[in-house]
Design a binder for this molecule. Structure first.
Ligand code: SAM
Length: 231
């Protein structure tokens, strides 16, 4: 699967995908990542990509031409490219979106900067728009990386053990049960003794009970949905 980041600051993103699980997936060609910088497409004689807002308002906006040309050039060589703009005003990105988007062959993630992007570009080019939460970041790069990371985990072959996806939080749609590792006793705190006895069906039941408790405590909204879905 291919991801293209459209950003004025590719250097903010590059390092994140050079190590760990996603770095390995890139090495093994399960994922590929490339960048397009709208500044390289600007026709402005001073290389500008931003301008003051028409009608007034504080700050600058990204102008249409560099972004339109960047995206049109991309689409000319990749007609299946699915273009996503990151913006705080959109609906919140969820795990279900991550799973659905993992089936696409090419995703383009467009990051805004300054006070954002001229709305005409979004209207003309966006297949989807997403926010990562109700707060304002200085640019879309972090949000793009969040989407890319969450989607990539669901691409076949990226995680060493795909079973781990099935018990992760937001499946079922409960949170994952509390997890423990060695040592079995740490500073007088022992792990739940049933986990040590090797009875897998009892462990599964226990984990389910603990997942329900955790979800009820931290995310009563999900708990209610999980119980309703089961009926
Ligand atoms: N003036 C805009 C507003 O009030 O809606 C905020 C612009 S923000 C400073 C600059 C860029 O950061 C946006 O164009 C978007 O790409 C990105 N961004 C900021 N917060 C975001 C969020 N919560 N989710 C996704 N992208 C975000």
């Amino acid at each position: 699967m291919r991801f293209t980041f459209v950003t004025l600051f590719p250097q903010l993103i590059e390092g994140y995908f050079s190590a760990s699980i996603l770095g390995r997936a890139i090495e093994e060609e399960k994922l590929s990542i490339d960048f397009r910088n709208p500044r390289e497409y600007t026709k402005d004689k001073f290389n500008r990509v931003d301008a003051p807002m028409i009608g007034g308002g504080a700050g600058m906006l990204m102008t249409p031409q560099p972004l339109m040309d960047t995206l049109d050039t991309l689409k000319a060589t990749s007609p299946d490219a699915h273009i996503i703009f990151l913006t705080p005003v959109a609906k919140r990105f969820t795990q279900n979106d991550a799973k659905r988007l993992a089936k696409k062959s090419h995703i383009v993630l467009v990051s805004g900067r300054y006070e954002g992007i001229d709305e005409r570009v979004i209207e003309a080019q966006a297949d989807e728009v997403f926010s990562i939460g109700d707060y304002i970041l200085t640019g879309g790069e972090l949000a793009s990386m969040v989407l890319c990371d969450a989607i990539s985990r669901n691409v076949e072959g990226v995680l060493g053990n795909s079973e781990s996806l099935q018990v992760e939080s937001f499946e079922a749609p409960l949170l994952e049960a509390p997890s423990f590792t060695k040592p079995t006793v740490y500073e007088e705190n022992a792990v739940v003794s049933e986990f040590l006895k090797g009875n897998h069906s009892k462990i599964t039941d226990l984990k389910r009970g603990l997942a329900l408790c955790k979800t009820k405590y931290f995310r009563p909204d999900l708990y209610k949905k999980g119980i309703t879905d089961e009926k």
